[in-house]
Design a protein around this ligand. Structure first.
Ligand code: BGP
Length: 465
């Protein structure tokens, strides 16, 4: 099916860019902030920690000024739970509220729409010590945290995302800094944590609708279309299996308020089903998201056979006998960090989510990590990033023409930041930050070539790519 006439992006399309609190803020123990699991995590010797990051906590005004110059209509950032509630519950840290009030007001003064992620990998460390997501109490603690966010910021924040990449935290917890699990059956514990996150998410979606009737809220998993390695029906089953476990488990629960059948029978077979308390099913079924936000970096290819040629990183998970294995896709190029690049897969993924759930979609991450080079005269020629983003926006336009209701596009990342587990050398931003892995230098902000390119894309509402 080819289209001669492409539909335009809507007039109020949310052209944005994303970051997360711990990857940009720094000020990890300042002004009353409590430590998060990210602050306490161990780091490989050659990789930076998150204690200073890019010092956005002190430089947010300068950064937002640059975002405005780039023409951003929206900025997706996350709130650090332990900056608002140093212990995760109990006393509120008013300095934390003040920081996010200032940040939101600064964005609004430039007409930039704040899109807020409530939780992006940085659980308060004191909650982790009390069992973290394994402890059922956290469901109500997250709801209480949500109540504080909605009552303090709900008058100005109209777009809320609940939990960033819940599926990656469950499937690949080590890659995103989630601490080791203690029990003898770690997989069962993970699915118990997952169940608690699903309940916590359902509770805050419901609460948001009560407290902020004008606001919209939705989940933010990482969704990747799963290709079968071949037309062998067993490869197709492997792809279906992995898709149910990786993608639909999360979205079916968020949208339909129930577990996906294939994912549930997989958990049953493996003896890793979560314990479900009386009333839990009702909590899940009562919440209705207004849209689906999702992060997309690439598709994944599944096979019935094990494969040893693939770097799964945090996008996938190695595989399981008789269920699925992950293999590389010979049709796709790879980034310098070995992540596959699949713009057409982006269109396919958009169509698939839209077809299954019939809700508006918001792309909350998409981008290319690379070893950018600062050249003489403060120039960064990141043509490879422009190429990646251009091809993905072209495919988004095709998806819109196909009928997908896309409300915004927020690439990762607005500005350079510390990667989840590959340090500062892996850069994603439109704005270069002058620091190295360990040498913080002057943290100067420098517009990359992609900055000027994206500015034009936004100005032309996606017509000039
Ligand atoms: C997503 C996360 C982000 C981010 C991005 C790139 O999984 O939501 O926090 O960092 O991927 O990943 P990485 O930093 O590992 O390259």
């Amino acid at each position: 099916m080819e289209h001669k006439k492409l539909k335009d992006f809507s007039e109020d399309f949310l052209w944005g860019a994303s970051t997360s609190a711990y990857q940009v803020e720094g000020g990890w123990d300042e002004d009353g902030k409590g430590p998060s699991v990210q602050d306490m995590a161990e780091h490989p010797e050659n990789t930076s920690d998150f204690k200073t990051s890019i010092d956005h906590y002190h430089r947010y005004k300068e950064d937002i000024k640059l975002f405005s110059e780039m023409g951003l209509k929206a900025y997706r950032f996350s709130i650090a739970w332990s900056r608002i509630l140093p212990k995760g519950f109990g006393e509120i840290n008013h300095k934390g509220i003040e920081f996010y009030n200032n940040l939101i007001n600064e964005l609004l003064s430039y007409n930039i729409e704040p899109i807020v992620t409530m939780y992006h990998f940085d659980l308060p460390y004191s909650l982790e010590k009390k069992g973290g997501w394994s402890n059922y109490e956290i469901v109500d603690l997250f709801e209480n945290y949500g109540k504080i966010l909605f009552s303090n910021f709900g008058d100005r924040v109209k777009y809320w995302l609940t939990i960033n990449e819940q599926n990656i935290m469950i499937l690949n917890n080590k890659a995103v800094g989630i601490p080791n699990l203690s029990t003898k059956n770690p997989k069962k514990e993970l699915y118990q944590q997952n169940h608690h996150m699903l309940l916590a998410q359902a509770k805050v979606m419901k609460l948001c609708h009560i407290m902020c009737p004008d606001a919209k809220i939705g989940p933010a998993p990482n969704i990747a279309y799963i290709y079968p390695a071949s037309s062998d029906p067993e490869d197709v089953l492997a792809a279906q299996n992995f898709s149910s476990i990786r993608n639909w488990l999360y979205l079916d629960a968020a949208v339909f308020g129930r577990y996906n059948n294939t994912a549930w029978s997989y958990m049953k077979e493996k003896n890793i089903t979560p314990n479900i308390k009386k009333g839990d099913e009702e909590i899940l079924s009562e919440a209705k998201p207004d849209f689906i936000a999702f992060n997309y970096y690439s598709t994944i290819t599944a096979s019935k056979k094990p494969s040893f040629d693939f770097n799964t990183d945090q996008q996938g998970a190695a595989g399981e006998q008789g269920v699925y294995y992950i293999t590389s896709n010979p049709n796709l190029e790879k980034t310098e960090f070995n992540w596959e690049i699949d713009p057409i897969g982006f269109r396919i993924t958009l169509r698939e989510i839209s077809g299954r759930y019939n809700l508006p979609l918001l792309v909350s991450e998409n981008g290319l990590g690379a070893f950018d080079k600062l050249e003489k005269g403060d120039v960064v020629n990141d043509d490879y990033r422009i190429d990646y983003l251009r091809k993905h926006i072209e495919q988004a336009k095709l998806a819109v023409t196909d009928g997908v209701q896309l409300i915004g596009y927020c690439p990762w990342s607005a500005i350079d930041l510390v990667s989840t587990h590959q340090g500062f050398k892996k850069r994603y931003g439109f704005i270069y930050v002058n620091r190295d892995e360990f040498d913080l230098k002057d943290l100067r902000r420098i517009r990359k070539k992609s900055f000027y390119w994206y500015k034009n894309v936004i100005k032309s509402n996606g017509k000039i790519l």
